[in-house]
Design a protein around this ligand. Structure first.
Ligand SMILES: Nc1ncnc2c1ncn2[C@@H]1O[C@H](COP(=O)(O)OP(=O)(O)OP(=O)(O)O)[C@@H](O)[C@H]1O
Ligand SMILES: [Mg+2]
Length: 256
């Protein structure tokens, strides 16, 4: 296996008495398609928050493309190739789709806050943004305000923003949550079309999606890794089935 692009080593974190990460280790090689599953409250989003730097670990370390980023700011991690999408979207709803995406692109290019006043920079950023939107079949909605779009399209914009950062590692926190099934296939197709070399970690409750997407699956329960393996192996594990017993709705994606 090639050197991991992202490695979490023995991460731990508690909120008061609640242990949300209990010695969690995880590695993503270039091109990884890795799913993170586990019941509600298992600590999946917290793990993404630890990796991206929104939550500080109390122990352990995080390596990104050979750098120890454990104490780096979020922004610096982004600059070094780490991007994420959120479980609940965080878009600028009063701005257009292309404006949202252009901000991410200008951030990556380290353009100053007034980049849009410079015609050359503006033209360049917008051209790149439009190409990105085209690749996601969102170009027809480039000028629309985000808040006018159906939720599934908004989630696609969120993905576009993350891709505008040109990450080496992409963390997706339930990208299809809240999206009606009639629309969710568009998101999944976009995820399937991500550049091959990108390492992708996806938190997902719907096991059909997990099986379609992932080459490896990690199961998190109460902040600790229960098991990790190939999807078929993990799906057949009686301990995993037991965790999901009584949570069948989740296993079949019927939750939100
Ligand atoms: N900032 C915080 N302060 C206190 N408790 C928190 C904080 N963030 C998360 N928690 C708690 O930590 C636990 C793990 O939450 P987390 O959001 O990581 O779970 P999850 O696996 O993503 O769940 P879900 O499937 O519902 O999204 C939960 O009990 C949650 O209430
Ligand atoms: Mg979560």
């Amino acid at each position: 296996m090639s050197e991991p692009l992202l490695e979490a080593r023995d991460l731990s974190r508690s909120f008061g008495a609640l242990v949300v990460a209990d010695g969690v280790s995880l590695a993503l090689a270039p091109g990884a398609r890795h799913a993170l599953i586990g019941p509600n409250g298992a600590g999946k989003t917290t793990l993404v928050n630890l990796i991206t730097g929104t939550v500080e670990p109390s122990g352990g370390s995080i390596l990104l493309d050979g750098h120890d980023v454990t104490h780096w700011s979020q922004a610096r991690r982004v600059k070094h190739g780490l991007a994420r999408t959120f479980q609940i979207n965080t878009l600028f709803r009063g701005l257009s789709v292309i404006e949202n995406v252009s901000m991410a692109i200008s951030e990556r290019r380290s353009l100053a806050a007034r980049w849009w006043r410079r015609a050359d920079a503006r033209g360049d950023v917008i051209a790149e943004g439009m190409a990105l939107l085209e690749s996601l079949k969102l170009d027809g909605e480039a000028q629309r305000l985000v808040r006018e779009l159906p939720y599934g399209r908004q989630r696609l914009v969120e993905l576009a923003i993350a891709l505008g950062l040109r990450p080496k590692v992409l963390l997706l926190d339930e990208p299809a949550a809240g999206v009606p099934s009639a629309e969710s296939h568009v998101l999944l197709e976009a995820v399937e079309a991500l550049p091959e070399s990108m390492a992708v970690l996806m938190i997902e409750h719907d096991m059909d999606i997990v099986f379609r997407f992932a080459e490896r699956v990690t199961v998190l329960v109460s902040g600790a890794i229960l098991t990790e393996g190939a999807p078929a192996e993990v799906g057949a594990d009686p301990r995993v089935q037991e965790v999901y017993l009584g949570e069948n709705a989740e296993l079949h994606g019927g939750r939100r």
